[in-house]
Design a protein around this ligand. Structure first.
Ligand code: ATP
Length: 320
């Protein structure tokens, strides 16, 4: 493990995990990144060949005396690496995480203030390695009947997860994730949701319970927009150094939803009595009488009726 500020006699051992399927990774970019890293560290490179491969690599690295695991891909790749590293829970001797964006949204990197441009991000990472500069980042954990999963920036149940699933389907058909497509999908998901009417119940510590929720959006930072490259302002006081934040919409009509959608796209903070907003929360439980979709870091994971979110402070050390 690397201790910040300490000079080492032995070289830093690093693993570069590249997702060749991510939107903005290329063989040329991979090679530039690998060469740059190899000038500073003892490097192994792994290109993922199946979904879950990055998680397997993270798990192996955690037990193999590796100092640094660099994820090059989108948020799905970062999420997998983190889930592998933390498979046995947080430990002070776990490898440090490095991120070089290679996805379409790169929300985690954006929330950490890292450059989205891969060459610039590589320079920043090299500088962090050289200076032994890092920060500890608090993450969230989702527990349900299917098991446990870490999230690096957010997880959502209900309307938001419906949108993520439809967006995944659109991208699989080669469609681009433009703001207008996002708005159209969000509106059509809301119409469907309104008809089916599966409302969620949110339980907060201290016994506070909120019913009639269409969307429960739980985060460990105010996530960056998938579209505009700036904070979403759903929960502006939420940060990696505090507990979880929740943003929930309850008993709203279509006109209000469309107004908030426009605000979020423009980077304006939505307000109103139908919004539940709480932050620095340790545990959040969300239940529903019928199955609703769950998304974790922008990946749709299927349907659930009960999910518990937990804040885990200082879960991972990130080279920044
Ligand atoms: N070799 C592979 N074949 C198929 N899927 C893979 C492979 N390697 C990784 N994956 C999966 O690809 C999915 C998408 O990757 P990722 O999120 O990193 O890129 P992206 O979708 O372009 O980025 P973003 O999430 O920022 O839009 C991840 O969920 C990961 O599990």
């Amino acid at each position: 493990m690397l201790v910040p500020g300490v000079a080492y006699a032995r070289p830093v051992r690093a693993l570069l995990v590249v997702n060749p399927q991510a939107t903005a990774t290329t063989p040329a970019g991979r090679d530039v990144l690998a060469h740059a890293l190899a000038s500073a560290v003892e490097l192994d490179v792994l290109e993922t060949s199946y979904r879950g491969h990055a998680a397997d690599a993270g798990r192996e690295a955690a037990g193999a005396g590796i100092d640094l695991v660099v994820a090059h891909g989108g948020d799905g790749t970062v999420n997998e690496v983190v889930n592998g590293l933390l498979a046995e829970g947080p430990r002070p001797d776990l490898p440090m995480l490095g991120v070089v964006p290679g996805g379409s949204a790169n929300v985690f990197a954006g929330a950490l203030g890292l450059p989205r441009e891969p060459v610039e991000a590589t320079h920043r990472l090299l500088r962090a390695v050289e200076e032994r500069s890092s920060r500890r980042v608090g993450l969230g954990r989702v527990a349900d009947s299917a098991g446990e999963r870490w999230f690096t920036f957010n997880a959502g149940l209900g309307w938001d997860a419906d949108v993520v699933e439809r967006m995944e389907q659109a991208r699989a058909r080669g469609r681009e994730a433009t703001p207008s497509r996002y708005a159209r999908i969000a509106a059509s998901c809301f119409f469907r949701l309104d008809r089916r009417n599966p409302r969620l119940t949110v339980e907060l510590p201290g016994g506070e319970t909120v019913d009639g929720v269409h969307l429960a959006f739980v985060s460990n930072t105010d996530p960056w927009s998938y579209l505009g490259g700036r904070p979403l302002r759903l929960n502006p006081s939420c940060s990696f150094d505090r507990g979880l934040g929740i943003f929930a919409l309850r008993n709203v009509r279509m006109a209000t939803v469309l107004r908030h959608l426009g605000q979020v796209i423009r980077g304006v903070e939505p307000r109103g009595s139908h919004l539940l907003r709480s932050d620095d929360v340790e545990k959040i439980r969300v239940t529903c009488s019928e199955p609703v979709r769950l998304q974790v870091d922008g990946d749709h994971l299927g349907e659930r009726t009960a999910v518990e979110f937990t804040a885990v402070p200082s879960a991972v050390q990130v080279a920044v």
